[in-house]
Design a protein around this ligand. Structure first.
Ligand code: SAH
Length: 221
């Protein structure tokens, strides 16, 4: 049995289990179209279609497929949507957004991850704008956005990001310390935001605040 055959079989199984867990066909088609095996380290290719997060180096992870599917579905991405992603990581979630026809800006703190993702996404024919930097303040240059997705755990709702949404725009963000609820924030008007939190819990790597920790360091010194 060839390696490729085994991957295809496990991909089919994964898609089937995502369907059973309530993921709709549009998101399923996007996941089907993106080769997750290209976004994991070579030594973990055989596990690319397990429904689990995997290490990608620098202490970071590629999110679990179910989590990516769930967040993507909640975000309700339409073709042509302007989407800001915080936490490019492997670039897998970025590719799914592109596959749904979105125009994507993605901010990543770790430059090596950003560069790797930029090259890989280009090779696969996706052309998001990958920005190296601290996504805590979002990315004002291309604001406002129709959608914002945060793929790292925020300690509280990042309202500074929600203010980069257009009216009617939506943001999906995992909020919590040890584990996280998924929050859907909708900008109802200039000053009003609707907040909905899911009962389901998730586990993300932390949304790092480099400036805040530098501040603490300088106080300690
Ligand atoms: N969507 C990614 C998930 C990566 S994990 C994937 O599926 O591969 C979360 C990412 O958020 C990590 O790469 C981490 O470096 C990044 N991150 C954490 N804090 C950040 C910040 N303040 N600004 C930008 N990126 C950040």
């Amino acid at each position: 049995m060839s390696h490729r055959y085994i991957l295809e079989e496990s991909k089919t199984e994964l898609l089937e289990s995502l369907r059973h867990r309530g993921i709709g066909e549009r998101v399923i088609a996007a996941i089907e179209s993106v080769p997750r095996e290209r976004f994991v380290p070579p030594s973990l290719i055989h596990r690319a279609y397990e429904d689990t997060s995997l290490p990608i180096g620098h202490g970071q992870t590629i999110s679990q497929p179910y989590t990516v599917a769930y967040m993507t579905q909640l975000l309700d991405v339409q073709p042509g949507c302007r989407v800001l992603e915080i936490g490019t990581g492997s670039g897998y979630q970025t590719a799914i957004l592109c596959a749904l026809g979105a125009q994507v800006w993605s901010v990543e703190l770790i430059s090596q991850l950003a560069e790797h993702a930029r090259r890989l996404l280009g090779e696969l024919g996706y052309h998001p704008t990958i920005v190296v930097g601290d996504g805590w303040q979002g990315y004002q240059d291309a604001a406002p956005y129709d959608r914002i997705i945060v793929t790292a755990a925020a300690p509280e709702i990042p309202m500074q990001l929600a203010r980069q949404l257009c009216i009617g725009g939506k943001m999906v963000v995992p909020v919590g310390r040890d584990d996280q609820a998924m929050y859907l924030i909708t900008r109802v008007s200039d000053a009003e935001f609707d907040v909905f939190a899911t009962a389901q819990r998730f586990r993300f790597v932390p949304f790092v605040r480099p400036q805040a920790s530098n501040d603490r360091d300088s106080v300690a010194r």
